[in-house]
Every structure is written in structure tokens, then in C-alpha cells.
Design a protein around this ligand. Structure first.
Ligand SMILES: [Zn+2]
Length: 346
């Protein structure tokens, strides 16, 4: 795994709707591994790598991450915020954050009352998001010239390798998918389909970028790569794990947003087995991602879904396995190179 490339992609700030830093960096990277790049009216990147024009294969990974938006500035300088995407308030307590202001990024912390000052009622329950605030170290007289309502806020984390092939970072969801496609676009050799690599916006707030980009591309076939919530944790019985870190890329059969075309599942399984790519299967009735939007576009699109098992998803300590990410790259390359050989009709 190219850990430096992953680090570069994961550490870019880009909450839903404010993906500009990610978009600029990706457009630069895509110049070297695709033939054309364009940005649609929603801000999605659509990068084309030409094959023989047999089919249009869309690849989709979302470039946005969960985060916060400044909603109110207190007279004493503290900031209130709203969540952007699905955030558990318990995971925000005591986090370092970066506020992306028009004057540049500034540092902040999400403060809470220390244990010494809590009364019994306060100590017995976790605070909700409305009781949290950001402390920038600036007081009321200073902050208004720097921070504005609507400034985006990202979790402040760098990427760390640890344990056995593990990687820890903010925004593995879904910069892991972005990394997989960048690597696959570099590695892919012989392919008959034209590749439309979409790096979508606003997935975390309702798959919004995938809706317009799929409509614009009008693909014959699509492959989505996204992080998925792994439940392989202490106290969880094995039958509820749904996927496990280090056991390979998860070929998703069903989640809360889509039931995957069985012919595509079969093809992904065959390619993984033939090429000795470590894989597992995911079946869940919960969770959703761009695949749900892609497959319902126009008169429907056959879509495959590769998932990267991720612990502590939607927090600052998202954790995935390099083994699974590498396997996702290999299976994506295999799918691109063979996608035109299979029939996915019902
Ligand atoms: Zn995601």
C-alpha cells in the first residue's frame, strides 16, 4: 500500500458541500492517470479513462467526510455548530478540530465541563450535540473578524499505522475508496470499457452527488467502493460481525440501501477467487452509500459494491486494515479489466 498517498488523501479537509480542497488535489492526481477530467454543477469530479468504448463503466467513491458547520458565535467567543452527516455526539467530546475560515484554518477544541464540576444528574448521561461547543482560544472581541457563520469544521487527526497492518485516520470513510480508485486507475492495463471515475460530493448528507453524476454519465455498469461499519468488536457475538478487519475486501450482497445485482456479486466472487484476492461477503439490513443512488438512476444501473471494513466509522479514530484496502485495489483492477466479458442482465 502507498501509505504516503493514502495519508495525503485522508488528511485533506472536505466536509459535505465543502469538498474544494479534496477536489483540487484529486484533479491534480487524476491528470496523470486519466484522459479527461471535468467537474459537474454539484461539484462531482468525473474523470474519463478511455478504453475501446464497449461499455461505460462508472466507478464511484465519495470525496466528502462528516464534519461540522459553525452555526452561532457566542458573545464570549465560543462556537456552536450543527453536524454535517451522521455524527454521534459522544464521539465529539474532547476532540481537536480545525475551523476552515476565510482567513485560513484555525485550531479549536470541543470542550465539555470537567468531571470535577459535574453534578450527579449531568454525570449520569452523555451530553447531546446541542450542549457541545468549540473553544478556539479567541475571545468575543477577536473571533468575529476571523470566524463566520457557515465555516466548515473538520476533525483534526493525522494518519497512524499501528498493530497488525492497521491504519487509523479521520475520513477513511471514504478516502479509502478514493485511494482505491486512484491506485486502480494507475494500475489498470488492458480494458475494453470506457472508465468514468466519479469522485462524488455530499454522500454523507444523502447520496446527493451520486444522483447527479450518475444521471450525467449514464453508465451501463457501475462499481462503488466505500467504507462500511465493521462490528468485529468485543462483546459483539461473531454472527453480528457482518465483516471483519483483515479478512479482505467485502463483496457486498445487500445493505440498507441496495440489493446488489447477483450476476455482479458472482463475477466479483469469481474474479477474487481466480486471482487469489482476499475477500469476504457482507450482508446487512443497515447502512447505505452511493450504490443505492447509482442503481436507481434513470432506468436503472447494474452496480457492484466493494466495502472496506472500518471500525469506529464516523469518528476521528476510524480504523481499517491495509490488507483489505490492497485487496479492494486488486479486485477493482480485475473488475475493470474483465467487466466487458460478462453479461449482467437479469
Ligand atoms: Zn462512506
Amino acid at each position: 500500500m502507498d501509505i504516503e498517498l493514502f495519508r495525503k488523501i485522508a488528511e485533506l479537509p472536505g466536509i459535505s458541500g465543502r469538498e474544494e480542497a479534496v477536489r483540487a488535489a484529486l484533479l491534480k492526481m487524476l491528470k496523470t492517470c486519466t484522459d479527461e477530467q471535468r467537474v459537474d454543477a454539484m461539484g462531482n469530479i468525473i474523470a474519463v479513462k478511455k478504453g475501446k468504448g464497449v461499455r461505460k463503466l462508472m466507478l464511484a467513491a465519495h470525496m466528502d467526510e462528516i464534519g461540522l458547520l459553525v452555526s452561532h458565535i457566542e458573545n464570549n467567543g465560543f462556537l456552536r455548530f450543527v453536524p454535517v452527516g451522521g455524527i454521534d455526539a459522544r464521539t465529539l467530546m474532547s476532540q481537536r478540530v480545525v475551523i476552515h475560515t476565510s482567513k485560513g484554518p484555525i485550531f479549536g477544541v470541543i470542550g465539555t465541563k470537567p468531571v470535577h464540576l459535574l453534578d450527579a444528574a449531568e454525570a449520569s448521561k452523555a451530553p447531546g450535540i446541542k450542549s457541545l461547543f468549540i473553544d478556539t482560544g479567541l475571545d468575543g472581541s477577536e473571533i468575529n473578524s476571523i470566524v463566520s457563520i457557515g465555516d466548515p469544521v473538520t476533525l483534526d487527526r493525522t494518519t497512524v499505522e499501528f498493530g497488525s497492518q492497521m491504519i487509523n485516520s479521520k475520513a477513511i470513510d471514504d478516502r479509502a475508496g478514493v485511494y482505491v480508485f486512484i491506485e486502480a486507475l494507475k494500475k489498470v492495463k488492458k480494458f475494453d470499457c470506457d472508465i468514468y471515475a466519479v469522485f462524488s460530493v455530499q454522500e454523507e448528507v444523502g447520496l446527493r452527488g451520486a444522483v447527479t453524476s450518475t444521471f450525467g454519465v449514464d453508465p451501463d455498469l457501475a462499481l462503488v467502493v466505500d467504507a462500511t461499519a465493521a462490528n468485529d468488536l468485543p462483546a459483539t457475538p461473531p454472527q453480528e460481525f457482518n465483516c471483519r478487519l483483515g479478512q479482505g475486501v467485502a463483496i457486498t450482497i445487500m445493505d440498507g440501501g441496495s440489493i446488489i445485482n447477483p450476476q455482479i456479486v458472482k463475477t466479483l466472487k469469481k474474479l477474487a477467487s481466480d486471482k487469489n484476492i482476499k475477500h469476504q461477503f457482507k450482508v446487512s439490513a443497515r447502512g447505505s452509500n452511493d450504490a443505492a443512488a447509482v442503481q436507481k438512476t434513470k432506468s436503472g444501473v447494474p452496480v457492484g459494491l466493494l466495502s472496506i471494513p472500518t471500525r469506529y466509522i464516523h469518528s476521528s479514530i476510524e480504523t481499517a486494515s491495509k490488507i483489505d484496502i490492497d485487496a479492494a485495489v486488486d479486485l477493482t483492477v480485475a473488475f475493470i479489466e474483465n467487466a466487458c466479458k460478462y453479461n449482467f442482465d437479469y
